[in-house]
Every structure is written in C-alpha cells, then in structure tokens.
Design a protein around this ligand. Structure first.
Ligand code: GDG
Length: 483
C-alpha cells in the first residue's frame, strides 16, 4: 500500500479543485458497524473494500459502537475516536432499545425481507420506523460535527442508513454524499407495498450518487422512483430532484482476488490432510458458506443434495456436503425459524443416508476463521451458492479465487444472486428447482478437467477485472465528479 497520499489522486481524478491540487479530498465512510481495522485478515468484503479505500487516501470511518447506552435516550451519543495509521474511526454509543428497534426491527424485519422480495416476512411497526429515523438523525448529528468542511466526500453504506443524507441536508450539510446499496432493490410492485415507500424514495433522492450491485437493481429502483413520484431518469441514469442531480448507477462489488488466493493456498495443515485423505479415498466435497439467513436458500440446498443421492446413486459414499452457516441476527424470529428448519433437514438427510464410514452432510453452525475458510473452499470440488435472492454474493467469488488453477472446482450458482450477472461460466441454476440444483451438482462432480480449467479461467479473469479496488475507485470517481 502506498504511503504517499497523492498517489491515487490522479487515478481517481478527485484532487481538490482549489487550494493544494495534490491533496485528495478526504473520504468519510459511514456504515452501521465499523469493521475491525486492527485485524482485516478476519474481515469479509465490505470491511476490506472500505478499509482499503480509507487507507489509500486517508479518511474517517463512522459506525455504531458494539457498546450501548442503557438509559437516557435523550443524551447525545458518545463518540469514541481512534486512529489506525491513516484511518480514523469514530464509534457511536447509541441507546440500547432504540438501536435494537432500528437494527433488529426496521433494518432487518422490515427492509431486509422487503428488499429480498419476501413480503410474507415483512413486519411493519411504527416504533421500528420511529427508531430508524431517530438513529439516522443521531448518526447525522455526530457526523456533522466531525466533517472538516464542504470538501469531504461522504460515502454511506447500505440499507441501515437510507435517511442519512436527508438528515445531513436538514443540518445544512452541502457535501457530496453517495449511497451504496449492498442488497437487491425489489421491483416496484413489491416496493410500493411498503407504506413507507414514498418516504424512502424521498430519502434516496437526497444523495448525489446512488449505487447498486446489478443492472436489475438499478432498473427496479428507477421504476420505483417513477411509480412513486413520476421522476424520470435520463439516458445516463441521472434525475433532477430537490435542486440537485442524482446519479443512479451499477457498481458491482468484488473481492481482493490475490490476497484471498494466497490465503487459500497457505491453508492450515489439518485442512490439507483432510483434503489428501479424501483424494486417496476418491471422495469429493461440495461446500456451502453462508450467514444463516433465509435469503441464502439453505434448506432447499440440503434437499437438493438429498435429491442428488436419489437420482445419482453413484455419489452415495463418494460425495459429502459441508455447510458452514455462521450465526447472524439471532434476535430476529425469522432467523431462529430458519435455523430449526435447517437442523431438521440436515438430521433427516443424514438419518436416511449416513453409515458408519460416511456422513453425507456436515453442518457447522459457527463462524470459521477466514484463512481456514479459504483453505476449505480450495479443498472442495464443488462450490454451492444457491441464494433465493442476493445482492451480489462474495462467497461465489471467493470460491473461484481459492481454486488451484491447474485442477479447479466447479461453481454452481443461483440465477438470483447478483453475481450471476457476471459469472456466466458457472453452472447457473434456479434454486427453487430441487431437481435442477441436484442435476447441476452431478454435472459439476463429473466435469472433465479441460472444461473445468476453461470455465474457471474465464471466471477468474472476470473477478480480477471487477475486483474490490475497481468497485471503490469507480464509486469514488462518480462521487467526486461535480460536473
Ligand atoms: C451483503 C449482501 C453482498 C461467511 N461465513 C463466514 C465468513 N463469511 C464471509 C464470507 C463473505 C462474507 O462473509 C459474506 O458475504 P456475502 O456477499 O456472501 O453475503 P452477505 O453477508 O449477505 O453480504 C451480499 C455483500 O453484502 C457485499 O456487498 O455481496 O449480497 O447480502 O466474505 O466469506 N467469514 C468468516 N467466517 C465465517 O464463518 N471468517
């Protein structure tokens, strides 16, 4: 990483217009939680992408602290500042109950299911919306006091903070503010089903740049804006609103391919031994790695593995399925339900097929260290990524990056993951069809080496081109362009 703050100014084309031309404008990132900047080796996509952007040009990262205030919701939030090299972090201590109604409530019981096309799981409650507005106002108040002037570029991450620009504008902040949505944006017919849709659209239109993962999301957003308040976008994706031009565009997120590949090839000894043992026995491993979220399609995936054994019995005792499902949002009831469902499905399949020498499904409900994860992905002949709906899905890219180029595994990928828009050489499946997923697994397990190498080569090239660095550079470039 370059130490010179001017190194990337030219590349990004965002040097200050007045004053010292060589100084890039300060980047201020806001996300619900701060990544662990002390140990990025354990961090996934968003945290790495954001931390690298901040380290490259210097900047501030604001997020909620993991500690909460117990009482006195009217107290101003405490802000704990820390410096890590060129990154300054600001952690906000927020009132516990209000934070929970914002995070578990509005963000993850209203917006998350709505944006993942799951109207059946949406719970609308006035107190959730109230807390969502209130926490965003607290973020805005804290941020306004930390800005060093109109030149700071503010980059807001994800659905927790949609109203942040509106709150900042209310406080008189005139800076350029960009927003990136990491999750999908639903079609207008679904979106307008939320009673709050007009307020949400108004909030989006207070940004200068609104970025999405895929062209489908961009189109859904523009149509939803039009359906809500008749605003139209020009051919470049810009619209006039509130006396400002709002640019909407697709900025597909990516991963740091080289560092993940390196981690995968330096796998822990026991992972390598396990892989060699399977090689000797002629056993193949299918792997899935996901947060335990209902959007990831995990029960259907386990049923598909059972169907593989039914329809292609040659894989009995010859293939195992390893599913790592890290715990997440356990206070939200839909997550407890999916966990129960998954455990029941894994138990039923194992009960039916397992014998003393072979456990068909190995299910791990724990977070696994990142380097170990990389090694496990490399040691698996099939990567199974079958969400019912997903903004992008970085695991698909991590699986590709982790493979041995001379003997790569095969990616089976849901057509409903944002990643499918760019990873056409994977085996694309409909996750709602158990038979189709089972047959794709069989195809992947039997795929000849030359075809595997050809497909993997094309995929690797694509994820190298659309990597994390390209994502943040293109977004920051759009954010800084004031013309
Ligand atoms: C959201 C959007 C979008 C998973 N289990 C463990 C672990 N992970 C890591 C993976 C990967 C990351 O977490 C998950 O990223 P995904 O992209 O797959 O999914 P979400 O968490 O839902 O992320 C998504 C993303 O934002 C970025 O914009 O792609 O669509 O939903 O890096 O490897 N990491 C460790 N242990 C685990 O057990 N260390």
């Amino acid at each position: 990483m370059a130490d010179d703050p001017t190194d990337h100014g030219d590349v990004l084309g965002v040097a200050r217009r007045t004053g010292d031309d060589a100084m890039p404008r300060r980047l201020v990132v806001v996300s619900n939680r701060l990544g662990n900047v002390r140990d990025l080796s354990q961090a996934g996509g968003l945290a790495v992408g954001v931390a690298d952007a901040l380290a490259e040009r210097g900047g501030l990262w604001l997020g909620a602290s993991s500690e909460h205030q117990d009482s006195g919701a009217d107290e101003p939030p405490l802000i704990r500042m820390e410096r890590h090299g060129r990154i300054e972090t600001a952690a906000l201590t927020l009132p516990r109950e209000e934070y929970s109604a914002y995070y578990n409530g509005y963000a993850n019981t209203t917006l998350w299911p709505l944006f993942h096309y799951r109207l059946d799981l949406v719970d609308h409650r006035q107190e959730f919306l109230q807390a969502y507005r209130q926490i965003n106002a607290r973020f805005a108040q804290a941020l306004a006091g930390l800005l060093s002037g109109n030149d700071d570029l503010i980059w807001v991450q994800d659905y927790h903070l949609i109203p942040l620009a509106a709150e900042l504008r209310r406080l008189g902040v005139r800076n350029r503010i960009g927003f990136f949505l990491h999750i999908p944006f639903p079609p207008p017919d679904l979106f307008v089903a939320t009673p709050d849709h007009a307020e949400l659209i108004e909030n989006f239109l207070q940004y200068d740049v609104v970025g999405f993962q895929t062209e489908t999301d961009v189109a859904n957003f523009r149509r939803s804006v039009h359906a809500t308040n008749s605003t139209s976008f020009d051919a470049a994706g810009a619209a006039e609103a509130n006396g400002r031009t709002v640019l909407t565009k697709c900025f597909p997120i990516g991963i740091d391919v080289d560092s993940f590949a390196r981690m995968a090839s330096e796998a822990a000894e026991d992972v390598q031994i396990d892989s060699m043992r399977r090689q000797i026995l002629g056993l193949k491993q299918i792997i899935g790695v996901d947060r335990l979220d209902y959007s990831k399609g995990l029960p259907g995936r386990m049923q598909a593995f059972a169907r593989l054994l039914e329809r292609h019995p040659e894989h009995e005792r010859a293939a195992t399925y390893l599913q790592i499902a890290s715990p997440t949002r356990e206070e939200v009831s839909a997550y407890a339900e999916i966990r129960g469902q998954l455990e029941a499905t894994a138990g039923a399949v194992n009960g039916r097929y397992a014998d003393l020498a072979w456990t068909p499904i190995r299910y791990i409900h724990r977070a696994v260290p990142r380097s170990r994860l990389a090694g496990l992905l490399r040691a698996s002949q099939v990567g199974l990524v079958t969400p019912l709906r997903d903004g992008m899905n970085l695991v698909a890219m991590e699986y590709i990056a982790a493979q041995d180029e001379s003997d790569p595994g095969v990616l089976v990928l849901s057509r409903f993951a944002g990643a499918a828009e760019q990873l056409a050489e994977s085996l694309i499946v409909n996750p709602y069809s158990v038979d189709e997923v089972a047959d794709a697994m069989a195809t992947a397990l039997a795929m000849p080496l030359n075809e595997r190498i050809e497909r993997h080569g094309a995929l690797l090239k694509r994820i190298k081109r659309n990597d994390a660095a390209e994502w943040r550079r293109s977004f920051i470039k759009a954010l800084a362009d004031e013309s």
